[in-house]
Design a binder for this molecule. Structure first.
Ligand SMILES: *Cc1c(COP(=O)(O)O)cnc(C)c1O
Length: 370
């Protein structure tokens, strides 16, 4: 008899997020990490992922890497930068800052163009920085800054970076799979994401969609043995789906199931529509109840929305959080340092009805006098 774990509550968080029963069920089998069946599944997964994301098979490849999303960012940063490279990071939140921290920890020369958390990067400044400092070799930017849910203008950033012949890394951790992105059309060199965000798998590994001819130049550049992206790629190619070191087999199996479910849903356009709808219901419902969104509507992504609390003496976040949890919803505390905010994710195996129910739960949970 199979037992499928139930859902004690829905995770309205940006990963780990609520997964389907099918995804959870896929983990109920043990898979050998060296076996041919498993390796074939890995190869199939790499192909399907690239094709779902509209990656050009002749120019791009998929490399999987153990660890959470940050490990993959670190793997790419540490493997792509040549010894004398210089990285410009466009940051407007914690994840942009983290890319810079990773690069500096690896002793990579790094400059940061930091915008305020609620603003998108200043593209004029960006262009000026590239014109002024010819020693910059690479640019890194974040697609959806999950800190706030702000959507950064990736296409415009890519255009400028490419006009100046810079290599470009996009952290699309919380965007890829949920927002259509023309990776090859924008000529992005490295895109990073992870299993437990919009593809709706469980945490345990991440992946990079990479231009093959660029990755081929990265031999020997890695600053870490276990996070060597080039070597992982070569071994996956040579071993036809074999990972260097133990792979998270159950997580990979769950991810494969999640990919099939994404295809069945109608691919990224259908998923994007569902997330957009979730986002709209939450934003409208919360505004009606007196919660003000942090990000202006024109920059708001469909992935996650940050809200300011209502100015009311009977509102206390810890109580609000607990009451929501009792009613079956877990939300995400804010990450902004300057203001008390919280976040509500719109991604995962969650639907319109869940969102309406959530708004009713918020109405019941927001004010407590005892
Ligand atoms: C989730 C996320 C990451 C990675 O976070 P992990 O906790 O390491 O998985 C990186 N960048 C962005 C934009 C994210 O949303």
């Amino acid at each position: 008899m199979k037992t499928v774990p139930s859902r004690p509550y829905l995770l309205l968080t940006p990963g780990p997020l609520t997964t389907s029963d099918g995804v959870k069920e896929a983990m109920l089998k043990d898979w050998c990490t060296w076996d041919e069946d498993y390796n074939q599944l890995v190869q199939d997964l790499r192909c399907r992922l690239l094709s779902l994301l509209n990656g050009d098979m002749s120019r791009y490849t998929t490399v999987l890497m153990q660890g959470s999303g940050t490990f993959v960012v670190e793997s790419v940063v540490g493997s792509m930068m040549p010894e004398n490279g210089k990285l410009l990071v466009l940051a407007n939140g914690a994840y942009g800052d983290r890319i810079a921290t990773i690069a500096r920890t690896l002793r990579i020369e790094t400059i940061v163009q930091r915008a305020h958390d609620v603003e998108i990067p200043d593209l004029t400044l960006f262009e000026q920085a590239l014109s002024r400092d010819r020693s910059i070799t690479h640019v890194a930017a974040v697609h959806v800054e999950t800190t706030t849910g702000i959507l950064n203008p990736v296409a415009a950033i890519a255009k400028i970076a490419k006009r100046h012949n810079k290599l470009l890394l996009i952290d699309s951790m919380s965007g890829l799979g949920g927002i259509d992105m023309d990776i090859s059309g924008m000529d992005i060199d490295y895109v990073v994401s992870s299993a437990n965000k919009c593809i709706q798998g469980v945490p345990g590994f991440g992946f990079a969609i990479v231009k093959k001819d660029e990755l081929a130049k990265c031999e020997g550049r890695a600053r870490s043995h276990s996070l060597d992206l080039y070597d992982q790629w070569i071994q996956m190619e040579k071993g036809k789906g074999k990972w260097r070191f133990t792979s998270p087999t159950h997580v990979v199996r769950a991810f494969y199931q999640a990919l099939l479910e994404l295809e069945k849903e109608g691919g990224i356009p259908a998923r994007e529509t569902r997330y957009r709808n979730n986002c709209r219901i939450v934003r409208e419902g919360m505004e009606r109840l007196g919660f003000k969104p942090v990000i202006p509507e024109q920059y708001q992504s469909i992935i996650i929305t940050s809200f300011y609390p209502p100015q009311h003496p009977a509102y206390h976040f810890p109580r609000f959080y607990q009451e929501l949890k009792k009613r079956g919803f877990v939300i995400y505390p804010g990450k902004l340092t300057e203001a008390e905010t919280f976040r509500i994710g719109h991604i995962g195996d969650i639907y319109e009805d869940d969102m309406h129910q959530f708004i009713r739960a918020v109405e019941e949970s927001m004010y407590w006098t005892n």
